[in-house]
Design a protein around this ligand. Structure first.
Ligand code: NAD
Length: 482
């Protein structure tokens, strides 16, 4: 990918007008620069929006099956490069190789899934009250979609926004997160090789406050899809709605797993460990609160501590748990570990940066378990975004449910129970956009809607599956009196 480090605008690989660049370092070994990208300005973003506006009509009028052919081809090109992209993702973002390979595969699958949908973008025909009239609806693209994405799933999230946007006939400008932009440029490369017309997809790297903000502000963009922190997302939501734009924001989480007294403590601990420590705890759906019935609490804690201590930490290419993405994310996790202890929580596992040759320079932290946690402590209320699980003891199922809901977030929630009635009460009452029974809070299927409740989402539109397409289409109703 010779031009992969430049912006992709109007079908060309171009440098920023600023002449400035930034380096992405390997979080497992920060002295290693993985790649250098354009430190772009608002003017670079403007040029990308203008290209997307100019390409709108041609792409909207390209037949759906032809759009689908290009997406399918791009997915196949990504599949041919899966190993290379997996390693790039590990080197930029830090996650473990199997996690990165799974994420790259998800992006490939998303392109193939929406490629199939491109032939099926119909409307509905209804009987008209008037004679000689055909009454029907058709779906049209919204226009130019502005996508702003986070670093933690740097290829899957851009793919799950971009593929439905293109399928529905929109043109797109995208600003990837600066910690791991390489895989998004690889998508641009694949679409370019697959024959996507110039200007239909444009990628500009650089700061959110200039590039991202210009994408949202510019009168040429019609829809804004943002995934990231609640703090930034709420600002983006206000900015986009002030401009009268269609907007969806998917944000942070503080996801609980409720462990009922009927649960097998070892199985529950495995579920919590996998949801809480997988991807180094850097998933929006990561389990960060285990709410445990007192009858199984001690056994559960022992099992969870064993799970945490068994994890092999090191560079993601050949270890089970990679580093945090950056020094600031590591510092933030270590700060929360201090705060939790100051507030009276007891450290039961981890809590430190690990020692050893492989890990001494990188942004590694041990999988950490806190017990004796009250739900009003900051460790139980705020998104930590590291491999830290707070264990909270409750005396019955109702208290557990109430505790699970007693946060400002509502992204994913799971329950571990053998009791069918409890499982169904949890499904009914959990305030979360994703609810799971006897499963970890992380892990999503690509063909069903995804989105949060409360501060985890704007609750405007869902992503993924058919719901993902709806955001990028607008319906027109036709009365054709012949
Ligand atoms: P972030 O909010 O810091 O950044 C997200 C994106 O917004 C980045 O591309 C950033 O450059 C850009 N940005 C920053 N300031 C901006 C501004 N003023 N205007 C426009 N764009 C701006 O989030 P992050 O640290 O990259 O990602 C981690 C967060 O994302 C966590 O809170 C996590 O829970 C959340 N997340 C949510 C989901 C979900 O689907 N709910 C999925 C993944 C991550």
């Amino acid at each position: 990918m010779p031009n992969g480090k430049q912006n992709y605008v109007n079908g060309e690989w171009v440098a920023s007008e600023t002449g400035e660049t930034f380096d992405v370092e390997n979080p497992a070994n920060p002295s290693e620069t993985v790649a250098t990208y354009q430190q772009s300005s608002a003017d670079d973003a403007t040029a990308a929006v203008e290209a997307a506006v100019a390409a709108e009509d041609e792409w909207a009028n390209t037949p759906g099956p032809e759009r689908g052919r290009i997406l399918r081809q791009a997915g196949s090109i990504l599949a041919d490069r899966k190993d290379e992209l997996t390693e790039l993702l590990v080197e930029e973002e830090g996650k473990a190789r199997p996690e990165a390979a799974g994420e790259v595969q998800r992006a490939i699958d998303i392109f193939h899934y929406f490629a199939g949908k491109a032939s099926d973008l119909g409307g509905t025909v209804k009987g008209s009250s008037s004679r000689d009239t055909t009454l029907y609806t058709r779906k049209e693209p919204v226009g130019v979609a502005a996508l702003v994405t986070p670093w933690n799933y740097p290829i899957a999230i851009p793919a799950w926004k971009l593929a439905p946007a293109l399928t529905a006939g929109n043109t797109v400008v995208l600003k990837p997160a600066s910690a791991a932009p390489g895989v998004v440029l690889a998508i641009a490369q694949a679409l370019d090789e697959a024959g996507l017309p110039d200007g239909v997809f444009n990628v500009v790297t650089g700061p959110g406050s200039s590039v991202g903000s210009e994408f949202i502000e510019h009168e040429g963009t019609d829809a804004v899809s943002f995934t990231g922190s609640s703090q930034v997302g709420e600002m983006v939501y206000d900015q986009a709605t002030d401009q009268g734009k269609r907007v969806q924001t998917e944000l942070g989480g503080k996801n609980p797993t409720l462990v009922a007294d009927s649960a097998n403590p070892a199985e529950a601990a495995e579920i919590v460990a996998s949801g809480g420590f997988g991807t180094t705890g850097q998933s929006c759906t990561a389990c960060s609160r285990a709410i445990v019935h007192e009858d199984v609490y001690d056994e559960f804690v022992d099992e969870l501590v064993d799970e945490a201590e068994a994890i092999d930490i090191g560079p993601g290419l050949d270890h089970e748990m990679g580093p945090q993405v950056s020094e600031s994310e590591l510092d933030s996790t270590l700060d929360y570990i201090d705060i939790a202890q100051e507030e009276g929580a007891t450290l039961a596992a981890g809590g430190n940066t690990p020692e050893g040759e492989d890990v001494e320079d990188g942004y590694f932290v041990e999988p950490t378990v806190f017990v004796d946690v009250d739900n009003d402590m900051r460790i139980a209320q705020e998104e930590v975004f590291g491999p830290v699980v707070a264990v909270i003891k409750v005396s019955d199922f109702d208290e557990g449910l109430e505790t699970a809901n007693d946060v400002e977030y509502g992204l994913s929630a799971s329950v571990v129970t053998d009791d069918h009635t409890e499982a169904n009460r949890f499904i009914d009452d959990a305030e979360a956009g994703v609810v799971k029974v006897n499963e970890k809070t992380t892990g999503l299927e690509l063909h069903v809607p995804f989105g949060g409740f409360k501060r985890s989402s704007s609750e405007t539109w869902r992503e993924q599956g058919d719901a993902g397409l709806e955001f990028y289409t607008i319906e027109k109703t036709v009365y054709d009196n012949y």
